[in-house]
Write a protein that binds this ligand. Structure first.
Ligand SMILES: CC(=O)N[C@H]1[C@@H](OP(=O)(O)OP(=O)(O)OC[C@H]2O[C@@H](n3ccc(=O)[nH]c3=O)[C@H](O)[C@@H]2O)O[C@H](CO)[C@@H](O)[C@@H]1O
Length: 348
């Protein structure tokens, strides 16, 4: 650790929680290692990192960029303008980093990272990438040529020696969390199973529809369900709904199971908190990466993967009812997040 030194770093990555939260974990870890950490975070306008960073890490300076994802199919005329946006943003980033003089850049994917990576390359500032999924995302694919190292979460993502398997950083509680934490979410009987239901950081109507059918049949377990359709579930006394839960990882630490999409950061959390899980991969993910993520976890047990077009409700309920619930005495003891540690050690 270099407690007495100062460090300046440029971060970018986002659009979704899956890209943002790994960057946040690294920021928080570095902040503990250094006396003074100066962060500039290049954000996607109006997206999660822009909304959450001011409270998650108030010291960071946020700079929004205009770059948008390419339209599919790629020959769409709008992509000409999108390409110019990347160039304009690249020039903007270059100006800022010339003055800021960061020691390195850390980019976690999402189209916003492309102009940032190109600008860092132009200024000869080393940068590192992190890929959460088993398949390299398009921005990481483009930038990996010039990155100093590419940190990956799955062995099969490695393409050459520059690729290092670190795993996917997850947010972790710093203090012990008792099972009674669930009381704050409306749950009274702590000896009953507590299942977290959500559709990634953006929500999922398909998961809402499916769970509506489950709740009609299954009345024993308690559910904390994150949804934009809270009204729909009012009739179920064992279902506690929320629009978004900031510190979802704290709930993961004291719950029993998860029903969710198969975004990479959610999966890393399921593993870290050793939860049972029912995964329903989102079919729209590039190159079907959610299915690949999910299947690799299924191999490790405690996890079952369903095809969203073909979920047998009885089989799902059967799996749920085999999950061993924690009891009311349970308390989560903080553990070291090896992925974040490994990334930082490979940079410093
Ligand atoms: C639609 C989309 O583009 N999905 C991608 C996106 O997913 P998405 O952003 O949904 O990502 P993940 O499932 O990987 O991560 C979601 C994160 O949001 C957190 N959370 C969620 C709900 C909530 O109320 N509170 C909260 O804190 C979870 O704890 C988790 O840390 O990035 C992932 C990682 O690159 C990809 O694998 C996904 O395919």
């Amino acid at each position: 650790m270099r407690k007495n030194e100062e460090l300046k770093v440029v971060f970018s990555g986002g659009g979704t929680g899956g890209h943002y939260y790994p960057a946040l974990s690294v920021i928080k870890y570095l902040d503990k290692c250094y006396n003074k950490l100066d962060v500039i975070y290049f954000t996607t306008k109006g997206r999660i990192e822009e909304k959450k960073l001011p409270t998650d890490f108030p010291k960071a300076k946020l700079i929004p960029l205009n770059t948008k994802g390419l339209e599919r199919p790629l020959y769409n005329v709008r992509n000409i303008n999108r390409a110019f946006e990347v160039l304009r943003d690249k020039r903007k980033v270059e100006k800022i980093i010339k003055e800021f003089k960061p020691v390195f850049g850390f980019l976690t994917g999402g189209y916003v990272t492309v102009p940032v990576g190109l600008a860092l390359k132009k200024q000869n500032i080393p940068f590192y990438l992190h890929e959460q999924n088993s398949i390299l995302g398009i921005s990481n694919k483009v930038l990996s040529r010039w990155a100093k190292k590419v940190f990956v979460s799955y062995e099969e993502t490695k393409l050459n020696d520059k690729f290092i398997l670190t795993g996917n950083p997850v947010r972790t509680p710093e203090n012990e969390i008792p099972r009674t934490y669930l009381h704050g979410f409306g749950i009274k009987d702590l000896n009953k199973r507590c299942i977290l239901v959500f559709g990634g950081s953006l929500g999922s109507n398909e998961i809402d529809e499916l769970m509506y059918r489950v709740y009609k049949k299954e009345k024993i377990n308690n559910y904390i369900h994150i949804t934009k359709n809270q009204e729909k579930f009012k009739q179920f006394p064992n279902v506690f709904t929320f629009k978004y839960i900031e510190n979802l990882y704290e709930l993961m630490a004291v719950s029993d199971g998860v029903i969710s999409r198969a975004g990479a950061t959610t999966l890393a959390e399921i593993q870290f908190y050793d939860l049972s899980a029912i995964l329903i991969p989102w079919k729209g993910a590039a190159e079907n990466h959610q299915l690949k993520n999910a299947l690799s976890l299924q191999k490790k047990g405690k996890v079952v993967v369903f095809d969203e077009e073909n979920v047998e409700i009885d089989r799902l309920i059967n799996f749920l009812n085999r999950i061993q619930p924690k009891n009311e005495e349970f308390s989560y003891t903080p553990k070291i997040n090896r992925a974040t540690e490994s990334i930082v050690n490979n940079i410093l």
